[in-house]
Write a protein that binds this ligand. Structure first.
Ligand code: SAH
Length: 409
């Protein structure tokens, strides 16, 4: 059990600030593989590590927080108070916790709960809010809040928004940067700086909740980074977001480009989260052009691991497929994709490409997108199109951080 300890399992993937050119992606992936610990059921996950009395408090269970307050010479019931204040009230500092004795508060004023600060915020017309959050060490990550509203149609092709949003989805980052270098992705252009700690993942959700004054209902791990390269911290964050913040596992989606052996290992935890796999191609050759790491991970092997995920967890897998004009959006590719997925408990999410300045791809026409949808439907494949939200704020995923680079310095 101890081998899954939060910080004990912290992966030191690279030196901070390692330039992407200096590093070989697959070498990192394989060295991480060796460092990964064995699977443990989420309920028995022990987040303790030797430094569990000094690390940021966010991510700790109520029992761990109780141990911590007792270590500080306080009665055990203060652990429950602390637990409620950090997860439900969103306390940013122990000095905020008014039920604590004043004198003790001043002695623990420097103890980190693990909250970030909002470095930049921009809101789009559809209600999407993009945030750049500054971490304790100065790194900046991107988080997106996406409220979904009910609309009433008005005559003349317009609509009016009704009341508070029905659901609030947060798109969270799992790493600062990303080592996978997918050719169409803005985040991949900058390489990996480091993994996020569990508290830095949980903080993103609390920050959006606090800023929008509404409980977060859904989480998608589709921000910066490759979540399955940060497995221990991902699992700690999922446990805490589920049990401490109160978000159902079925309302969480973990998106991965696929790392050999990792989907299997993730499945062993028997979570109820949805696994989304970034497929993006209907054959190995096209996939290798778009995703460098695919060279070490044949499409068939990836699909086999996905099938195992379905049989172990009973949850269907969702396949993400970016539509790039003239590259992977033809009828033959749709048919090829359908052949791979025949009889597979899955769902295809088509994502029309969001142009980024560093790549030369085009988004297909609406007509071509719909033709691809129809070709899949004709083969009885469950399919939907995901149009990116908040495009008036800043273009594609990762773009906000890129376009604000000067402000970050
Ligand atoms: N590393 C994980 C999660 C982060 S990316 C993964 O690869 O799944 C989340 C999703 O956004 C992925 O499906 C990714 O391929 C997609 N994405 C990245 N750049 C994009 C772009 N420019 N246009 C559309 N989707 C993009």
């Amino acid at each position: 059990m101890g081998d899954l300890g939060g910080n004990a399992g912290h992966l030191r993937l690279s030196k901070p600030f390692l330039s992407p050119k200096e590093s070989n992606i697959m070498e990192r992936v394989h060295s991480t593989e060796i460092l990964m610990s064995a699977a443990t059921p989420l309920d028995t996950l022990d987040t303790r590590s030797p430094d569990h009395l000094t690390r940021p408090l966010l991510g700790m269970t109520q029992a761990e927080l109780t141990e911590w307050v007792q270590q500080q010479g306080q009665p055990a019931y203060r652990g429950k108070q602390l637990y409620q204040w950090i997860y439900q009230q969103g306390a940013r500092s122990l000095t905020d916790i008014s039920v604590f004795p004043k004198q003790w508060r001043s002695t623990v004023a420097e103890v980190a709960i693990g909250r970030s600060t909002v470095h930049y915020r921009s809101e789009a017309a559809d209600g999407t809010v993009k945030y750049l959050l500054r971490l304790a060490d100065g790194h900046i990550i991107e988080t997106v809040g996406m409220p979904t509203y009910k609309y009433t149609d008005l005559p003349g092709n317009s609509a009016v928004r009704r009341g508070a949003s029905e659901r609030l989805t947060v798109c969270v980052s799992s790493q600062v940067g990303c080592p996978m270098a997918c050719d169409f992705c803005a985040t991949g252009k900058g390489g990996l700086l480091r993994n996020l700690e569990a508290h830095e993942i949980i903080d993103q959700v609390l920050t959006v909740q606090e800023d929008l004054g509404q409980r977060v209902s859904h989480i998608v791990f589709m921000g910066m980074g490759e979540p399955l390269l940060n497995m221990d911290n991902l699992l700690t964050a999922i446990r805490s977001l589920n049990q401490d913040v109160g978000i159902g596992q079925r309302n969480m989606t973990v998106s991965t480009v696929g790392i050999p052996g990792r989907i299997r290992r993730f499945a062993e935890h028997q979570l109820q989260v949805t696994l989304a796999v970034s497929l993006h191609a209907s054959n190995q050759a096209t996939r290798e052009k778009l995703i460098p790491s695919a060279r070490a991970y044949p499409l068939q092997t990836l699909l086999d691991e996905c099938r195992e995920y379905v049989s172990v967890t009973g949850r269907r897998v969702s396949f993400e497929y970016i539509l790039l004009a003239g590259l992977n959006d033809g009828q033959l590719q749709a048919i090829e994709l359908a052949q791979h997925l025949r009889g597979f408990q899955s769902h295809v999410n088509l994502i029309p490409y969001n142009p980024i300045s560093e790549a030369d791809y085009q988004r297909p026409s609406e007509q071509r997108i719909q033709a691809f949808v129809k070709a899949l439907q004709d083969k009885h494949i469950a399919v939907s199109v995901r149009y990116s939200r908040g495009l008036d704020t800043d273009a594609a995923c990762g773009q906000l951080r890129a376009s604000r680079a000067s402000a970050i310095a």
